[in-house]
Design a protein around this ligand. Structure first.
Ligand SMILES: CC(C)(COP(=O)(O)OP(=O)(O)OC[C@H]1O[C@@H](n2cnc3c(N)ncnc32)[C@H](O[C@H]2O[C@H](COP(=O)(O)OP(=O)(O)OP(=O)(O)O)[C@@H](O)[C@H]2O)[C@@H]1O)[C@@H](O)C(=O)NCCC(=O)NCCS
Ligand SMILES: Nc1ncnc2[nH]cnc12
Length: 290
């Protein structure tokens, strides 16, 4: 007979970072009411997605995030071999996601954004401000992975058609939608006492006001993108999701984007990226607190 072992299991830095990334994805999925996205209420503009699938997909990505953080610790610096290692791990993560979802793309953009951020955080645990982590992530994203296939993705198609800046450029520029929009709005709404769920909704809306979301462009063209950006701004101008008028504008935006089939999946990924950076920054989580 073994005595019951009540000692807490110590987890590694890479495991902790993977936990934080998965938590951020699950928190994003659960946040409600998000315009035209999958949330606790329903499937938004999607016919092939639901909340259970988003959760299962997030959990299936844990090993990929852990391996990316481990690769950062192994290489110890921003270099092409690290970029190519996380590219390979990211592609394996996409396969794990597709196997879990039976072929539905739930988190492609999130693997890219959160994968780069987890790697960048692990590279220097003494420098974990959002600015420092996104700068390292940008330097990684600027390195050209020689083994990356270049499929004619939805993002590539709308880049050709509208000249839109997509997920790759967002990362290469140091995640401006996160650093200049999502995180500052999250902090402003918290400081105004709007409550955590409303602060997260406001952060998502702030990201939507300016993002060239290639998911929206692919599904609903420039009309959809205009509706997303202006509708999100209208909610914030009306006082945000914690105010009655803002809440009404949010409901209208939800209806309008669903009618246009315009799902802001890229903005949702960048909200998850904001939540991850916020946790890393706030908890000082990487400095021995795990
Ligand atoms: C560099 C890559 C990101 C590839 O980029 P690319 O633009 O070529 O590829 P896409 O396949 O279009 O994926 C980009 C996804 O990024 C999200 N996104 C969109 N706009 C932005 C933006 N401006 N900034 C940041 N992120 C953005 C978005 O992801 C969400 O939407 C997904 C659903 O999209 P889609 O498949 O178009 O969906 P539907 O219309 O619903 O499809 P159907 O129903 O019609 O089939 C959803 O999953 C969200 O995540 C874009 O989709 C990068 O992926 C890459 O190079 N990967 C290779 C591996 C690698 O190197 N990994 C690096 C490890 S760190
Ligand atoms: N909540 C969500 N709904 C639809 N697509 C998404 N992509 C990432 N998060 C999403």
């Amino acid at each position: 007979m073994h005595a019951l072992n009540l000692q807490p299991k110590t987890i590694t830095l890479a495991e902790r970072l993977a936990d934080l990334a998965v938590d951020a994805l699950i928190d994003e999925a659960d946040l409600s009411p998000k315009p035209a996205l999958v949330d606790r209420r329903g499937n938004g503009a999607h016919t092939d997605l639901h909340l259970g699938l988003m959760h299962a997909s997030a959990l299936a990505l844990w090993p990929a995030f852990k391996e990316m953080a481990e690769a950062a610790l192994e290489f110890g610096e921003i270099c092409l071999p690290l970029r190519e290692a996380i590219g390979r791990i990211g592609r394996e993560g996409e396969q794990a996601m597709l196997a879990t979802t039976h072929g539905v793309n739930t988190h492609r953009g999130a693997i890219w954004a959160l994968g780069l951020l987890v790697t960048a955080a692990a590279l220097d645990t003494k420098s974990t401000s959002a600015g420092a982590v996104t700068l390292r992530a940008a330097r990684l994203a600027l390195l050209d992975d020689r083994y990356a296939p270049r499929p004619l993705s939805h993002g590539a198609q709308v880049a050709q058609r509208y000249g839109a800046r997509g997920a790759r450029e967002e990362a290469q520029l140091g995640f401006p939608s996160v650093v200049q929009r999502g995180l500052p709005q999250l902090k402003r709404s918290r400081a105004a006492g709007h409550g955590e769920q409303n602060a997260r909704l406001d952060a998502l809306l702030a990201i939507m006001t300016d993002l060239a979301d290639t998911c929206v462009l692919y599904r609903a063209g420039e009309q959809g993108l205009h509706a997303m950006q202006h509708g999100a701004q209208a909610v914030l101008d009306a006082g945000g999701s914690a105010s009655l008028t803002g809440r009404r504008r949010l409901h209208e935006l939800d209806q309008q984007l669903i009618a246009l089939n315009a799902s802001p999946g890229g903005a949702a990924d960048l909200l998850a990226a904001s939540l991850l950076l916020d946790r890393i920054e706030r908890a000082g989580i990487l400095q021995g607190a795990f």
